[in-house]
Design a binder for this molecule. Structure first.
Ligand SMILES: [Fe+2]
Length: 248
């Protein structure tokens, strides 16, 4: 049991919190130079050339004619990088809208603080992407991130379906960690693309965000240990109360 992971025990919601022994409290309601690009790109390309071969596509949809290719168009790695940046920009913007509601819904003060802190971080993440757009001469626009939209919908469903309790916090943490893991995957992939394209400074900016997402994920894991303990105790007490009342 990792009950020593949280500290504050003040209770904002004021109702009975007889299970805060572990300290969990309730919540009140420049682009790089061309040379760099060439150097980095060629070294990576050599590795790829030595290790991979092209799929001949004998079983592909285009070979069998089972799918229309009319909407397909050739895209370069640069274009893919740009689209992925716009996708994660959309993800960050959506999260900025969603986090205040998640913070409001958090039952424990620690989780509320974590969401509020991450909101400030997320605003900086969006600003960092805008900085990258400026640096690369890319128009500041979002490409709707449907994955984040779905993850946020799942979070809203939790808020609608669970009453305020540590169990809801457990569910909110699961939802938030899915969001963090999605962002970690996005920024990790973008770092790799920036690296192969030779955008060293852009890669550093993206990596800073990646590290913050990883820290957030770790922090959520830490909070979950105490929250899950509380949720377990609460659920067990409720079960006991039910058995007791049915025996009377
Ligand atoms: Fe972020």
């Amino acid at each position: 049991m990792a009950k020593s992971t949280t500290t504050s025990a003040s209770q904002k919601k004021g109702s009975t919190d007889t299970k805060s022994g572990n300290g969990i409290a309730k919540n009140d309601m420049s682009k790089n130079t061309k040379e760099d690009t060439m150097k980095n790109s060629s070294s990576k390309y050599d590795t790829a050339k030595s290790g991979f071969s092209k799929n001949t596509g004998s079983n592909s949809a285009s070979a069998t004619g089972s799918k229309s290719s009319s909407s397909k168009r050739h895209k370069t790695l640069e274009q893919l990088f740009e689209e992925e940046l716009k996708d994660v920009y959309s993800a960050e913007k959506q999260l900025i809208e969603a986090l205040p509601k998640m913070a409001e819904a958090a039952y424990s003060e620690e989780l509320q603080d974590a969401f509020e802190h991450h909101l400030q971080q997320t605003k900086r993440h969006a600003e960092r992407i805008e900085k990258i757009f400026d640096r690369m001469g890319i128009k500041k626009e979002e490409k709707k991130c449907f994955a984040m939209e779905g993850l946020i919908k799942e979070g809203n469903k939790i808020i609608d379906e669970f009453d305020e309790s540590f169990v809801r916090d457990s569910a909110l943490i699961i939802g938030s960690q899915k969001i963090e893991h999605y962002e970690i995957a996005s920024y990790g992939s973008l770092c790799e693309l920036a690296d192969v394209l030779g955008y060293g400074k852009v890669r550093d900016l993206l990596h800073r965000t990646l590290e913050e997402e990883m820290d957030t994920d770790e922090h959520l894991t830490m909070i979950s240990q105490a929250v899950n303990d509380e949720a377990y105790e609460m659920s067990r007490d409720e079960e006991h109360a039910e058995v007791y009342s049915s025996e009377r």
